[in-house]
Design a protein around this ligand. Structure first.
Ligand SMILES: [Zn+2]
Length: 235
């Protein structure tokens, strides 16, 4: 599961409760991500295998947290090698940067969830509205791993960012918020079914950001598309 590092959303609650939310499978960015994820992983593996021994790849599916089973994540892959052990892989194929060099897209802020760090390295932004950093932290916590790689793939190439588990951030910031979300909002919904009733009785109530796509500009639409590709791929 993911959240933006700020307030977990209504769509997250929908997702956890397995309520039928707006079908997002027809959104171009979702289709783009699904279509190219395997290509991105192959491209990365090809490079990885040049410098590592006995490389293995698994697709772990849903991984639940050992202590808090309601906290879950689905890493795109886990790559292991004899020389370094396990590494969680998260793949992004940003739709709005699909025809750009990934690094150029970062420099031009077309991809704004990655920034240039002090020593010139690329860093995943913490507490960005898409919640990708928090998504990777959740994957690491659930799978009890310490290191991950974020792959950002476009038609012109890919970049790979190493990310270490930030135990302080997880324990002090993320975990308390996630626990509170489940223990109050989710438990309340289980007991009252309030949101379910709302969804059943008034379909238009469900018309939040997703259905407003038509009214937004193309730029905003692509931004929304990319953010949605998080919720579909990384719950
Ligand atoms: Zn290795």
């Amino acid at each position: 599961m993911t959240n933006s590092g700020n307030q977990p959303s209504r769509s997250l609650l929908c997702d956890i409760m397995m309520y039928k939310n707006k079908d997002i499978s027809t959104i171009p960015a979702i289709q783009w991500g699904l279509k190219h994820e395997a290509t991105a992983l192959s491209a990365y593996l090809k490079k990885f295998e040049e410098t590592h021994r006995t490389v293995e790849v698994v697709r772990p599916g849903l991984v639940t947290h050992r202590e808090y089973p309601y906290i879950r994540a689905s890493p795109d892959a886990i790559i292991s090698c004899d020389c370094h052990g396990c590494n969680i892989i998260e793949i992004k194929c940003p739709y709005k940067a699909r025809c750009m060099e990934p690094k150029q897209a970062v420099l031009e802020s077309k991809i704004d969830y990655v920034k240039i760090g002090i020593n010139g390295t690329l860093e995943l932004v913490c507490a960005h509205k898409y919640g990708y950093y928090e998504q990777v932290m959740t994957q690491l916590a659930c799978s009890e791993q310490k290191s991950a790689t974020l792959i950002i793939w476009t038609k012109l190439g890919f970049i790979d960012l190493p990310i270490q588990f930030d135990e302080q951030y997880w324990c002090k910031s993320m975990l308390p918020k996630l626990k509170q979300f489940f223990e109050t909002i989710v438990v309340t919904e289980i007991l009252t079914g309030h949101m379910k009733k709302q969804l059943d009785s008034n379909i238009s109530e469900n018309a939040d950001t997703v259905t407003n796509i038509d009214e937004t500009t193309e730029e905003k639409k692509e931004d929304l598309d990319d953010s949605l590709s998080n919720s579909s791929s990384g719950k």
